[in-house]
Structure formats: structure tokens, C-alpha cells
Design a protein. Structure first.
Length: 497
């Protein structure tokens, strides 16, 4: 079965529930570039991912090639998802792909997506219909197969709202044609660039001056043109506070991104991953051995939520009964780690006043009794200072590196200058981000372009110190090292400004 799934207007949060469920279970994902990057997090580990996206002026795959890939994968695999920006049947060439599947006898199902023609104006507060002002709306494409004199012959003056997709490059010709048909030169026009994504911009004017306004604002594709009386309306949600409309980039793991997104979207902000951090379990054989020798330990310490997840995955894998932990006390580095431990069914016996690994080590030196042994399950890149403090205090400790963290930049990495803020959640994330900048030869520009680059936020002092090693100054560091306090610190910063 091949499923043609509409991904929505760009922001990954605007795909349908059914689309999400299919992405989670498919064997093959054939996807476009338009805002689908974050959705790749959802696929199974063994899912085959095939990129067939296109950019204006730089086609990666021709439609015939896409059809061939689609049919060959449809014959080979049980469940294939073709993920397309917007809706497959609104200038998405979904009809051509359906015909190719039919010709090859491959069964398919259609899953609608939210078209950008309606969603992008709506999220800018523009209704495409409004009682008595716009009783209809018309969707046109500004890009057709025929690029000659008749390229815009399908676009005409209408009584309702006109929405034109893929027409930014032909805006002067579109305006000229409408005026030649008698459309009032004072008719409102709004052009929205990069709708629902980082760098979203809106320019409003009339047919008389919209071309000059768009040029002055340096709008870029993809863009949507809205023409009609409702183009000047603004029904956007108001009074959500200083975060409303702000765009955050984040360098972090998927669980952290999900947590941040929930909190930020409630306040009207958007979140986009610029560098995905992935947790890679390591030393599983050593961890398995220690789990089967729990009687040797009196304490187990965790320095991160990632460590807790990897640790208890191993507990489950080894079939260990939770009663084996009855004699053990748990230490965690902060409130987020405490919550993650609680989610596993255990309460923390010790949490330091300052959420750092150094403070955790100093605190354990005071609360542990003579003869007690400590197991620390942490990242491979963990703090050496913590090891020194425990050794200086004669703590009997076994430190097991149970995971490492790797990072890879996403499709939103190039949009960092369009964002209002960047969030860093770990020192390893800083290193991954800095490595990507260095690889592109962009580190010096980023370090020294304080006026243009976004605000930089670090979840704690350790992460902020790692940023400074690369010469990147940090604008926001919360007093308490967790995501909730980091968001509050951004709010306080913007309110003060």
C-alpha cells in the first residue's frame, strides 16, 4: 500500500493525526523538503528514507523520477508513505503520482493535508472568506508548465479573495494583468513569505504599491499572495505575552524538543530544531553486568534524563525486578532528572541545591556513609571535575559511561539568523553546533555578528561555559537548570528590554 500524505503548510505541528500515525509505522518514507524534516524523527529505526524535494530553480528530482521511485518502492515494500508539502491535490502533482500507481497496479490511499492556501493566511489572521466581504475564495498557481505569453492566462479578477501560490517571481506581471482587467488599484494585497516557518514575513499594501513594498522587504520564496478585502484583516491571537510570534531554534534531543515545544506553543512561540542530538547507548555489556550486581551498590546517581532512559531500558532488557532496587538510594543532578526518575517509578533521595554535576558530587560526599558504594550512569563526555571531587572525598564509585551524544544539523540550520533565539541544552549540543559552523566556515561571522544573530540561551552554567570556549557569548542563563526556568529567563529578558 502507498499512502499519499499531505504534510500541511510547513510547520511540522500542522500535519494531521492520521498522517503522524502512518509516518510512525511505514517501511519507506518518500518526502519533500517543505517543513518535513522534524517529522523524520518519528519513523522506525529501519525505515528507508528517500528525499525527493525540490527548491525553486534547483530541482532535485524530476516528476518522472519521483513516479518511478514511488512505483518501485510500492512494489517492493508493504507500507510506503509519500509525504508532500501542503495537500497532495492542491498544486502538489498528487494526481500524476496516483496515475503512475494505477498504471502499475499498486494500491494507494489518500490522506489530505492542510493546504497553505488557507492555513498560512489564517495563521497571519487573514480569513480567506468573511461574511459579505468575501463570499468565495479562488486559488491560483503562479507557476505553470507554459512559461510563455499565456503563462498567467488562468489568473483573473474575482469578486472574492484570490490566493496565489508560487507566484512571487511573477508578482509584477500578476499585478499588471489584474489592473488591465479593471481591478481597482486600491485593492488590498498581502504577501506572506516562509509562512509558518522560521523567517516568516508579511508585507501588506495595495495593487498600486505592493511590488515596491515586497522588493524593499526582500521577501523570498516560498510566498503566498492574498488579494482582496480580507488581506488587511488581522485576527491573530493577542495577549499571549512577549513570546508571542517569537521563533526559537533548539539544539537538543527529541524528548527535550517535545517538552520545549509544548511550553512555547502555549505562549504563541514556535520551535524548530537546528541541530538534532541523538543518544547512542554504549557499554551495554558493562551496564548489564552491573545491573546483575545491584547488591554491591547503596547509591545510584544520574546526571541527565538521557542517562535515566538508557539505564532503565537496560533494566527492562535484563528483566530485572524493581524489588532489586529496594536497598538503593538515588541521586539526581536537577529537577528535570528528578522528574524523569519519578516517571520510572522512583523518588530521588538526593538532589543538590545547585543543579551541576560538581554540586552533586560535593553533596554526595556529605550524605553517603562509610562503606557505601556509588554507581554513576552517565554520558561518555561527562565531567572530569565530578570524578576528581568523588576521588578527593574517598567515595567508592564506579562510573559507567552508558551513552554518547551525536548531533547533525537540520534543514533549519541555515535559518538561524531568521530566528529570535537559540536554545542550547548541553555541552555536547554546543560542540555539535559549533562543529557545523566551523565546517561551513561561518564561526567567525556568527561569533562577531551580535546585532544580527539571535539571542543565545543555555540551560545551565556548564552549557554556557562550553559556548564561551568557542567565543559565543550567552545572553540568557536561568538560575535553575531546567527548561521551564530557561523559558522564564527568556520572558524576563524580553520584558526588561
Amino acid at each position: 500500500m502507498v499512502y499519499l500524505v499531505g504534510a500541511g503548510p510547513g510547520n511540522p505541528g500542522l500535519i494531521t493525526y492520521k498522517g503522524i500515525e502512518l509516518i510512525k509505522s511505514c517501511d519507506v518514507l518518500i518526502y519533500d523538503r517543505l517543513g518535513t524534516g522534524e517529522l523524520l524523527d518519528l519513523v522506525k529505526p529501519d525505515c528507508v528514507k528517500i528525499y525527493v524535494g525540490k527548491k525553486a530553480g534547483a530541482h532535485y528530482r524530476k516528476q518522472d523520477e519521483i513516479n518511478e521511485i514511488l512505483t518501485s518502492m510500492g512494489k517492493k515494500y508493504d507500507m510506503v508513505v509519500r509525504l508532500k508539502g501542503g495537500d497532495s491535490f492542491v498544486f502538489g502533482r498528487g494526481g500524476e503520482e496516483v496515475l503512475a500507481l494505477r498504471e502499475n497496479g499498486i494500491p494507494y490511499q489518500l490522506v489530505p493535508g492542510v493546504t497553505s492556501a488557507i492555513a498560512v493566511p489564517e495563521l497571519m489572521g487573514i480569513p480567506v472568506t468573511h461574511r459579505e466581504v468575501a463570499r468565495s475564495f479562488h486559488v491560483f498557481t503562479g507557476h505553470t508548465k507554459d512559461e510563455g505569453e499565456n503563462a498567467l492566462s488562468h489568473i483573473h479578477h474575482t469578486d472574492g479573495t484570490s490566493v496565489i501560490l508560487m507566484g512571487l517571481g511573477k508578482l509584477p506581471e500578476i499585478v499588471k494583468k489584474l489592473l488591465s482587467e479593471g481591478t481597482d488599484e486600491n485593492t488590498p494585497v498581502t504577501v506572506i513569505s516562509n509562512g509558518t516557518l522560521p523567517g516568516e514575513k508579511k508585507v501588506t499594501g495595495s495593487l498600486l504599491d505592493i511590488c515596491d513594498r515586497v522588493k524593499a522587504a526582500h521577501l523570498k520564496s516560498p510566498a503566498i499572495i492574498v488579494i482582496g478585502e480580507t488581506a488587511t484583516y488581522n485576527f491573530k491571537t493577542e495577549n499571549l505575552g512577549v513570546l508571542q510570534g517569537k521563533q526559537f531554534g533548539v539544539v537538543g534531543t527529541r524528548p527535550l524538543r517535545q517538552k520545549l515545544r509544548e511550553s512555547l506553543e502555549k505562549k504563541g512561540a514556535g520551535l524548530f530544531s537546528v541541530c538534532n542530538m541523538e543518544v547512542i547507548p554504549e557499554n551495554g555489556d558493562i551496564l548489564d553486568r552491573e545491573l546483575n550486581n545491584l547488591k554491591e551498590y547503596s547509591w545510584i546517581g544520574f546526571t541527565s534524563q538521557n542517562g535515566i532512559r538508557v539505564f532503565f531500558d537496560a533494566v527492562k532488557r535484563n528483566g530485572i525486578d524493581y524489588r532489586a532496587f529496594a536497598h538503593i538510594k538515588f541521586a539526581v543532578v536537577g529537577s528535570g532528572t528528578m522528574t524523569a526518575l519519578s516517571d520510572m517509578g522512583f523518588h530521588a533521595d538526593f538532589i543538590p541545591d545547585e543543579y551541576t554535576t560538581e554540586s552533586m558530587a560535593l553533596g554526595l560526599a556529605k550524605v553517603m556513609n562509610s562503606g557505601e558504594k556509588l554507581l554513576i550512569a552517565r554520558a561518555k563526555e561527562g565531567s572530569e571535575r565530578m570524578v576528581e571531587i568523588l576521588a578527593d572525598n574517598n567515595i567508592d564509585v564506579n562510573i559507567v559511561p552508558i551513552y554518547s551524544v551525536t548531533g547533525s544539523k537540520t534543514e533549519y540550520f541555515d535559518d538561524i539568523y531568521s530566528m529570535d533565539a537559540l536554545i542550547f541544552a548541553s555541552a555536547s549540543g554546543v560542540r555539535a553546533f559549533a562543529g557545523a559552523l566551523i565546517e561551513e566556515g561561518a564561526m567567525e561571522t556568527f561569533k562577531n555578528d551580535g546585532k544580527q544573530r539571535p539571542l543565545i540561551g543555555a540551560i545551565g552554567k556548564v552549557t554556557a561555559d562550553e559556548l564561551m570556549k568557542y567565543g559565543i557569548s550567552c545572553d540568557v542563563v536561568p538560575g535553575q537548570c531546567d527548561s521551564a526556568h530557561l523559558i522564564e529567563a527568556f520572558i524576563e529578558k524580553w520584558e526588561a528590554d
